[in-house]
Ligand binder design. Structure first.
Ligand code: PEP
Ligand code: MG
Length: 762
């Protein structure tokens, strides 16, 4: 019989026997290399293969042969290949199994003479996966040309899962040569988006800790199938219940997520794959992990954003099922928080961050969540450095790993080497020294070198922000984002709750004024307890003042609470997302009616009441005269103004950094606002994020802005810039630069050059 016609042989003893045998080898008290050698021999024997080899991925992206049965032993720890190189490299890169009856005719085949593999024709390789990441490649080879059956491929994948645990356990560290660290334990540097300034050094705490599966191999398949089915049933009932009790009351869970999970949990394909994994010998937990590993590996490499989004839902589902199976809690226990905790999370709501002990938090790293997400605003309020949009980070770290994050550059150092760690330690000390200098500036008046006063205010939204006003010497709260308080409570706050909240804000602030902005919800700011509507374009949808005017009871309640809280004191109310004059008129009418109502009922009115608007919708730019003759003040919301002017979603990392606010287009619009406001004698401030960045703030002053409101942590460095600035010079410089911009999309470089030449502290 010709070799290639020989039927596929059944593996000796089958996969379950192999797993049992491997478990015994895993438990033996032997050296790591001896264990690996035994493992490859056991697999080769069980699968009736002449060769079994294990390649492990190093942090330099090379795959190193760690053990082999059948190839030349001398090649162990010598043969390496890059991910993407040869068949083994191809498997590592695609994270897909590869079964070939004639390996040498495959276009990716590359010959490594030291291994002696030229005599083996058939080849089966599977990725060693953990959390969707490739840790290595497991290969079996046969001399004869043969095709490997589905069962054999399946069994090899299950075996690889066991090896993943071994690699991840760190045991192989003892056989790694210096400089050749394996990827999962090696140092790694990842780039994310800067979210909150500062440097954090500490140890990883996973926000939703991964369930550690201790028992991979099933003792009793029937029992495991039943456990799985029972858990799926319980999960299904639980999700139905959550959806039924109506928008997830209090659980902080979003209906869309639950709906997606419900759809998946009812997917027959998914439960069939789980059952198949159990039948290959795994426990129910291991089966969930196995199936999710494969799914992750596939979807992570997909370029389709829809499919990648589904991955989150599938992860969520797998996670819920694992918790169901093991009965373990969802969030890390507070008492197990180390003193220098860096929280690593896929996503996180603002409330969850507040639940951690602030004293122990050193930083926050998120897979999702850009600089203007709400958890980012909370991180800034708490003064915790944070980085967002770090791809796949929850799978790159293990609990307890050392980690550094740089909140100003967005760089994360995972398991850094000693010299990197000491460099960052030095950077952190320098920063602390600079912060100390800023603190000394607290009582220094904010006046430029040529005697122009620049008023610096602070943005706030929670009670935890308030002490910073004193610490930083801010003149007032220039933007109080009232929605933040609404976002961190389980239900819509009643009038009395709002009243006591606004009152404590004003009490704490004493003589310093507070500009309360009415609820700016909708778009990306979601109240977990409020019914949501599907909108194609939420940022352009039903939000902020639009909700307030369509649901006047909501706005009225808030206004009433503010009026009562400010009896006999100054009150400033600002309306968000105003796009046309009638909206301001209508909102003002609500306030006036409410004021009259309060007076009729004997409540003392505020000492004086000022009403203003956010300038953040471009349409306002062409109605400035009409607005300015009506309002008491305006504040430019540059975050939204820039997003709407460039038609670029501020939360979408693909486009949010594509356009520079220091572009002639934006700067001219910002100049138009101060030019118009001046003759009307209406005070203007700017309260978007650019106000807190020294270079941008310098440009704003050059455009005529004399009031900026920013995060408390930015105040010191902006004041240091102000003290070193000459307003006349920057005004002249910016006017010239805008005049001869020659179609450039940014004048950032020119501004940096100017600041350097003039010795302005940035
Ligand atoms: C803005 O849009 O610039 C602003 C200050 O408001 P928010 O970031 O809350 O939308
Ligand atoms: Mg805004």
């Amino acid at each position: 019989m010709a070799e290639q016609e020989r039927p596929a042989r059944a593996a000796l003893g089958g996969p379950r026997l192999l797993l049992r045998r491997l478990r015994e080898v895993m438990a033996e008290p032997i050296h790591a290399q001896a264990r690996l050698d035994k493992i490859v021999i056991t697999i080769a024997a069980n699968m009736v293969a002449e060769v079994c080899s294990l390649y492990v991925l190093r942090s330099d992206r090379r795959l190193e042969l760690f053990a082999t049965e059948g190839l030349n032993r001398e090649a162990v720890h010598l043969t390496t290949m890059l991910a993407g190189e040869g068949l083994v490299g191809l498997i590592a890169e695609t994270a897909e199994p590869l079964a070939l009856s004639d390996a040498q005719s495959h276009p990716s085949f590359s010959y490594k003479p030291e291994t002696g593999e030229e005599i083996y024709h058939s080849f089966l390789g599977v990725p060693v996966l953990r959390g969707g990441n490739t840790l290595g490649v497991l290969v079996v080879q046969n001399k004869a040309r043969r095709s490997y059956s589905e069962e054999e491929i399946e069994a090899t994948q299950t075996t690889a899962m066991l090896l993943a645990e071994l690699v991840a356990s760190g045991e192989l560290q003892s056989i790694v040569r210096p400089g050749n660290e394996i990827a999962i334990k090696g140092p790694m540097s990842v780039q994310g988006q800067p979210v909150a300034d500062g440097i954090g050094l500490g140890h990883v705490v996973l926000h939703e800790p991964r369930i550690v599966i201790t028992q991979l191999i099933a003792e009793d398949l029937g029992r495991e199938e039943k456990r799985l089915n029972d858990s799926i049933e319980a999960l299904r009932a639980n999700i139905d219940r959550l959806i039924e009790i109506g928008a997830d009351a209090g659980a902080g869970e979003h209906r869309d997520v639950l709906e997606a999970v419900r759809m998946l949990v009812n997917d027959r394909g998914w439960s069939r794959r789980l059952i198949e994994a159990i039948r290959s010998g795994l426990t129910a937990e291991a089966a969930v992990e196995r199936v999710q590993n494969d799914t992750r590996a596939k979807l992570q490499r997909s370029t389709d954003p829809y499919l990648r989004e589904r991955l989150h839902d599938l992860d969520d589902l797998a996670n819920r099922l694992l918790h169901q199976l093991t009965g373990q809690g969802f969030v890390v226990a507070q008492d197990s928080l180390p003193d220098n905790a860096i929280i690593v999370a896929r996503t996180m709501g603002p409330a969850a961050l507040l639940e951690y002990d602030r004293k122990k938090l050193r930083g926050l790293v998120l897979e999702d969540g850009g600089p203007s997400s709400h958890v980012a605003i909370i991180a800034r309020a708490l003064g915790i450095p944070a980085v967002g949009e770090v791809p796949n980070v929850t799978d790159l770290v293990e609990r307890g790993d050392s980690i550094i994050l740089d909140g100003s550059s967005g760089i994360i150092q995972i398991r850094p080497q000693a010299d990197v760690e000491s460099a960052y330690g030095e950077k952190a000390r320098l920063r602390a020294r600079r912060q100390e200098q800023y603190r000394k500036l607290r009582d220094v008046p904010s006046i430029t070198r040529d005697g122009v006063a620049i008023d610096l205010h602070m943005n706030a939204g929670l009670l935890i922000d308030l002490p910073h006003v004193q610490e930083t010497g801010a003149l007032s709260i220039g933007l109080f984002r009232t929605e933040l308080q609404f976002m961190i409570v389980p239900q819509f706050p009643r009038m009395s709750t709002q009243l006591s909240f606004y009152k404590s804000v004003m009490d704490e602030m004493g003589d310093r004024p507070v500009t309360f902005r009415t609820l700016d919800i909708g778009g990306d700011k979601i109240l977990p307890y409020m019914a949501t509507f599907e909108e194609e374009n939420p940022a352009l949808g039903w939000r902020a003042i639009r909700i307030g005017l369509d649901r006047p009871a909501l706005l009225r309640t808030q206004v009433r609470a503010m009026l009562r809280a400010s009896a006999g004191r100054h009150l400033r109310i600002m309306f968000p997302m105003i796009a046309q004059v009638s909206e301001f008129d209508d909102a003002k009418a609500i306030v006036e009616r409410e004021l009259a109502h309060q007076e009729r009922h004997g409540y003392p009115p505020p000492k004086d009441l000022k009403l203003g608007i956010m300038v953040e919708v471009p349409s306002v730019l062409w109605q400035l005269d009409e607005f300015l003759s009506r309002v008491d003040f305006i504040s430019v919301g540059s975050n939204d103004l820039v997003q709407y002017m460039f038609a670029a979603d501020r939360d979408n990392p693909r486009v949010s950094t594509r356009f520079d606010p220091l572009s002639p287009a934006i700067l001219r619009a910002l100049k138009l606002i101060t030019d118009k406001a001046h003759p009307h004698a209406v005070p203007v401030t700017l309260c978007g994020e650019i106000g807190g960045q020294p270079l941008e703030a310098m440009a704003l002053i050059g455009l005529g802005y004399r009031g900026l409101s920013m995060a408390g942590s930015s105040l010191g460095r902006v004041k240091a810039m102000v003290l070193s600035l000459n307003v006349a010079e920057v005004t002249e410089f910016i006017a010239q630069a805008l005049h001869k911009s020659d179609g450039r999309s940014s004048i950032r470089q020119e501004l940096i050059g100017f600041a350097e030449a003039k010795g302005i502290q940035l």
